[in-house]
Unconditional design. Structure first.
Length: 106
């Protein structure tokens, strides 16, 4: 894979990382709001808050996993192993990487 392609993927991954970090920040703020909220008037309010809390926790878990994949891909770029199948050690087709730049297998 050429230097130009690696730069393209690095920029794409950095933009995606920025988006994920922003979403994590927003969800953390939402969770803080839920914790600080004093307006629980009945069981329905409590159930709604618990549902939102669980949804946000699930989203955070997913976003943190995605952030790890992005950081791993950026590390592979730096190490010179980006775009190489981790099992076969053969190049991953460029079109597949364009669709999903986090791929580690062809």
């Amino acid at each position: 894979m050429s230097f130009i392609n690696l730069e393209y993927f690095k920029e794409k991954l950095l933009k995606e990382k920025e988006r994920v970090l922003k979403n994590i920040e927003e969800i953390n703020a939402d969770l803080a709001r839920i914790v600080a909220e004093d307006e629980i008037n009945d069981m329905e309010d409590l159930a709604q808050l618990e549902m939102e809390n669980e949804r946000d926790k699930a989203l955070l878990k997913s976003l943190n996993a995605e952030l790890k994949e992005i950081n791993d891909a950026l590390r592979r770029i730096e190490e010179g192993t980006y775009g190489i199948d981790i099992n076969t050690k053969k190049p991953i087709p460029l079109l597949k990487l364009l669709v999903n730049p986090l791929l580690t297998k062809a």
